[in-house]
Design a protein around this ligand. Structure first.
Ligand SMILES: [Zn+2]
Length: 282
């Protein structure tokens, strides 16, 4: 999960249309018995806006949602879990993959007292309002929280709660962020960079051994053979539109652990380290 920027007052048309207004009124009267209309909360305009904000990635697990069928308009506070009044509320809608959506379901753990009825002021319905924050949700919200302060990754693709953060622990648990396919996909991304690094090091060594030229020119030539490309790929891997961009961030910011760990200690690792420094990765 990574922080995203969402304008709560830039409400998509599908949530303000005449039809949406009628549905909101029906919801107000019928309460939890209301038949939620996904033509409103999952209107095409809502999906387009969420796809842009989340770069077609799941708000919880950060995997790319390639299939339309796997794309869910997710209610952060569950409409079927005591928050029916937030069914058509823009600030309550996230983009999630089918797996996270199904796993999270109607769960919404809180540390404080639950807001049981809609606050009279609609501005208090937003997750960043004092009223809603007082619930002390234990599920991280990428639109208002700083997930990186609570979640971190290790080179084996596992996710961990930073300093046993309760929000981190509960978010991992309720969204299933430690599930096998996610761990595998994150590890695969890290392993791919490690492989690229090793491959370039062997090219460098070949070049170095066959030329016996230890001048800067040789080193620059080796750089041009591929290290620059790796550096660019690492930078790209932490951009918001990249799946698991937080893993990319770890690779870029903690290369000693994420990139160099399985390169034999000694001269070879020193070369790798030196190269990364030149490329401003370390
Ligand atoms: Zn997901």
């Amino acid at each position: 999960m990574v922080r995203v920027c969402k304008a709560f007052d830039a409400i998509p048309e599908g949530l303000t249309s005449v039809n949406a207004v009628h549905k909101k009124e029906a919801l107000r009267i019928e309460g939890s018995k209301h038949h939620f209309d996904n033509n409103v909360y999952a209107h095409a305009t809502v999906k387009v806006a969420l796809n842009a904000i989340y770069h077609n990635k799941c708000a919880y697990c950060e995997s790319l949602i390639e299939e339309q069928a796997d794309r869910r308009v997710e209610h952060y506070r569950p409409k079927g879990g005591g928050y029916h009044w937030l069914a058509y509320e823009w600030s309550n809608l996230l983009l999630a993959c089918e797996s996270c959506n199904r796993k999270k379901w109607n769960h919404f753990p809180v540390n404080g007292s639950r807001v049981a009825a809609p606050p009279s002021e609609e501005t208090d319905w937003r997750p960043d309002s004092g009223v809603m924050r007082a619930e002390q949700p234990l599920l991280l919200n990428p639109e208002i929280d700083h997930p990186e302060a609570h979640l971190r990754f290790s080179p084996d693709g596992q996710i961990h709660a930073v300093d046993d953060s309760e929000q981190g622990v509960q978010t991992i648990k309720y969204c299933g962020l430690q599930r096998e396919d996610l761990v595998y996909a994150r590890k695969k991304q890290i392993d791919w960079f490690r492989k690229q690094m090793k491959c370039q090091l062997s090219i460098f060594l070949d070049y170095f051994c066959n030329n016996h030229d230890q001048t800067g020119v040789t080193f620059q030539a080796a750089l041009s053979l591929g290290f620059q490309t790796i550096a660019e790929q690492i930078k790209a891997a932490q951009q918001p539109d990249h799946p698991f961009s937080r893993v990319g961030w770890h690779i870029n910011n903690e290369p000693e652990t994420f990139l160099l760990e399985d390169i034999p200690a000694g001269e070879l690792r020193d070369v790798a380290r030196c190269t990364l420094k030149l490329l401003k990765i370390m």
